[in-house]
Unconditional design. Structure first.
Length: 182
């Protein structure tokens, strides 16, 4: 099942890319690599164009990725959601009514098992699995947790997108501009 009728979530690193997406039909956009001074204006710009920004708070320059920073972002910036590897950030997003997206790096079997323990505690709204090009792990994480999955990282082709979706991902996050075209 797609994430709010969207199977591709463009992940932008530059303001120019965000501006190019404003007239498109995409509703949800992932904001990577930003600066604390830009956050409010970028989120507000998105909102004026009907866009819902999912902010990867671990990648915001000038912002510590802890619970206090997450509380500030939730209350003052108000994006649609927060993406983080940190459980405290996920908890703050949930407490403040924002979409909480737990990012997991699937490095090896040990990391995967630790991730399952973390997910039991944080209970995020969505899990972003990286790399997103391992269909059998997307299926396993989805079946074991029952939580919707975003597949991200190393998604380069339409086949990568289709394989992730067939494996059970609700959507794919990608910074490859070619994949943003419908």
């Amino acid at each position: 099942m797609p994430f709010h009728n969207q199977t591709i979530l463009p992940a932008v690193r530059k303001v120019k890319d965000l501006e190019k997406l404003l007239p498109t039909s995409f509703t949800y956009i992932v904001l990577l690599d930003s600066h604390i001074g830009q956050l409010k204006s970028l989120v507000d710009l998105g909102k004026t164009h009907g866009k819902k920004l999912l902010l990867h708070v671990d990648l915001v320059e000038g912002l510590k990725n802890d619970e206090y920073a997450a509380e500030f972002v939730c209350q003052s910036i108000r994006p649609a959601g927060l993406i983080s590897t940190r459980s405290g950030v996920i908890a703050k997003a949930k407490q403040n009514g924002l979409l909480a997206i737990q990012r997991l790096f699937l490095l090896d079997s040990g990391a995967l098992e630790k991730s399952y323990s973390l997910l039991e505690r944080t209970k995020p709204d969505v899990i972003e699995v990286l790399p997103g090009v391992i269909p059998q792990l997307i299926t396993e994480v989805r079946e074991r947790t029952g939580i919707p999955i975003f597949a991200g990282g190393l998604i380069r082709t339409r086949d990568d997108v289709e394989n992730a979706l067939k494996a059970g991902a609700s959507a794919v996050t990608t910074s490859h501009r070619e994949l943003w075209r419908k």
